[in-house]
Ligand binder design. Sequence first.
Ligand code: THU
Length: 140
Amino acid sequence: MLQLPPDVLQRLLAAAQAARARSYAPYSKYAVGAAVLDEQGHVHAGCNIENAAYPQGWCAEATALGAMVMAGGRQAQAVLVTGPGPDIITPCGGCRQKLREFSLPASLLIIAADPSGVKAQWTLEQLLPASFGPDHLKHL
Ligand code: THU
């Protein structure tokens, strides 16, 4: 199984927890933080941001990915997402596809945590098998 070095995992966990503290989730009350590790070893964090017009809200992973792209990152190596528990959080379908755009699905680690620590880990390929991605468009 792919594993992150413990110090890198700790950095991701701390960044995601700090981002979760910034969550704007007045409607669901489900606060989420995410931290993305890019190809240069930089960490980019984000929280979920809801909206009174409910469908306009977005996930913590989307905020973190946007931060990565704006900082010049193009390939995510790992994403740690942390929610309130007790159920293990997993990225929604839309976020799996967003992550697909900026990763190699077989090696992107998705790590789920809650306030008590890390709970589960998958690759993006496990969560989004047979995915559609940038390569599908390159022969046109
Ligand atoms: N949410 C995330 O930010 N990330 C996830 O992985 C799952 C769900 C948010 C969206 C919404 O603001 C709240 O959690 C409840 O669905």
